[in-house]
Write a protein that binds this ligand. Sequence first.
Ligand SMILES: Nc1ncnc2c1ncn2[C@@H]1O[C@H](COP(=O)(O)OP(=O)(O)O)[C@@H](O)[C@H]1O
Ligand SMILES: [Mg+2]
Length: 112
Amino acid sequence: MAKVISVINLKGGVAKTTTTVQLAECLSLEFGKRVLVVDLDPQTNATIALISEEKWEELDGKKQTLYHLFSDRLEKTKHFNIDNAIQREVSDLRIPKLSLLPSSIRFIDIRV
Ligand SMILES: Nc1ncnc2c1ncn2[C@@H]1O[C@H](COP(=O)(O)OP(=O)(O)O)[C@@H](O)[C@H]1O
Ligand SMILES: [Mg+2]
């Protein structure tokens, strides 16, 4: 059974991203866990940390970020594809069991 660990705080600069990325790398590298980082933060820092800005731009251009999952629902389009969006073996460490569902700065547009 998958466990969900949420890192949430409205305040900026309190180590949400650092905790998320370090915890994900630690759980997969040191404990052999399969980890999926789900980045829902418009700042997109965890995404950039794990896959680089260039790769993010490519995925954003192809409409394969979590923003596009939401905008598909809002605009009744069908761009987002989970198999294309999910990034495997991420981080500079190329960790086999660490995957990412990327965020997008476009989330700012649909915040309530
Ligand atoms: N344990 C720590 N010790 C010192 N600096 C830290 C620590 N954790 C995070 N930081 C630094 O604090 C800043 C904010 O962290 P970040 O994870 O980006 O916060 P958030 O995602 O909550 O905005 C970053 O510059 C980060 O490097
Ligand atoms: Mg952050």
